[in-house]
Design a protein around this ligand. Structure first.
Ligand code: FES
Length: 169
């Protein structure tokens, strides 16, 4: 003897089947669109890695101010980010490319601009001072050295990457 209450009618079977197939097809169509829309957000901010700034044989012992720009992608928004670096060779003949952004509150430092403090990076906002290597001087507001750009040399050209903190380095 069969229990009719537990049987699935032809109409119910068709409903379940069509709903399942329809749902599957709908998901298959929508998933790529959602992925396309959300993907840039998941990738977040991206900047071009290393960019040409100057020829290596132009680098002297005196800090030179160089500006350069990088492509910046933030979600769907693409723009150019402008950067500045103070570039020179140290006494040890190493290349140093310093960020001009004061590590106190973000003003812009200048090299050798204050007659009272020759051969120093000087921040006019709160009298912040750094020596030539970008190390913050005691008893001035900054609490860490100027950040230094990562760099590469390729075919005699200096390429700069991101400016990194040297705190504790
Ligand atoms: S922002 Fe440079 S000393 Fe304050």
């Amino acid at each position: 003897m069969t229990d009719k209450k537990n049987q699935v009618s032809r109409r119910q079977f068709l409903n379940y089947t069509l709903t399942g197939v329809g749902g599957f097809m709908g998901a298959a169509m929508i998933a790529p669109m959602v992925g396309f829309a959300v993907d840039p957000l998941l990738k977040g901010e991206k900047e071009t890695d290393f960019v040409y700034v100057m020829d290596v044989d132009e680098i002297t012992n005196e800090p030179q101010r160089k500006t350069f720009s990088t492509d910046q992608v933030d979600g769907w928004y693409e723009s150019q980010a402008e950067h500045t670096a103070w570039i020179f060779r140290t006494e040890e003949d190493e290349i140093l490319a310093l960020s001009p952004v004061c590590t106190h509150l973000g003003c812009v430092v200048d090299w050798n601009s204050n007659e009272e403090y020759p051969d120093q990076f000087y921040c006019p906002c709160h009298d912040g001072r750094y020596n030539k290597l970008g190390e913050n001087l005691p008893n001035t507001p900054p609490t860490e050295p100027l950040h230094a750009y990562e760099y590469r040399i390729e075919d005699g050209k200096l390429l700069l990457g991101k400016a990194k903190s040297r705190k504790g380095a």
